[in-house]
Design a protein around this ligand. Sequence first.
Ligand code: ATP
Length: 211
Amino acid sequence: MAIKRLIGINGGTFDPIHFGHLRSALEVLMHLNLDEVKFIPSFQPVHKDCPEVSAVHRCEMVRLAIKRQPKFVLDTIEADREGESYMVATLADLKKNNSDTILVLMMGTDAFAKFNAWHKWQEILQLANIVIMRRPGCMSDYGNNVAEILDKYRAEKLTQQAGQIIELSVTQLDLSATALRGFLQNNQAVDYLMPASVVEYIKNNNLYGIN
Ligand code: ATP
């Protein structure tokens, strides 16, 4: 059998991208020895409010942020598809075009806590494995439904092409895009919380009410 490529799928709103996203992705990349991590900005997240800035700007900020890490790749599949961004559709498309890959969906604890409400979550587990990244301030004692899913699919390490869930502790950076948007709206500096290239892009394009 041909050797499969191991690809991390890092979906999110990235409104804007920050070091919490980047550092956790790097640690998963190293820990699982992934061949690549695809950063996939959603067009319209299903379980969140509308993003504050356009998908074009969010994709551009991701592109700038990941420039120096050759194994980080921007994939605009959801931005190009437009409409609500269902992860199951994204994974199915990625699988169709790359049959020689094993997909590992990367989720923070806050995202996994709502996994039972994700559209066709059972199908997601047929298409991919999941790695849960422990995130500051987020408990990992999930509600009953999510705890049941975790019990059923939990593994110590990935040995299958899909259907396994592992948990990983990443360096705890207490950052969120919400907090960063708050700083920007109050004209407070966001330096050292995200790559300098992203700070510059935000300023140059007057994003998030910055003036
Ligand atoms: P918002 O504050 O707007 O809700 P966010 O910072 O949580 O945004 P998203 O783009 O919604 O970021 O998150 C994408 C993914 O990155 C999710 O799986 C989320 O759990 C994870 N993530 C975000 N911030 C961190 C962090 N500081 N540490 C680890 N994972 C994170």
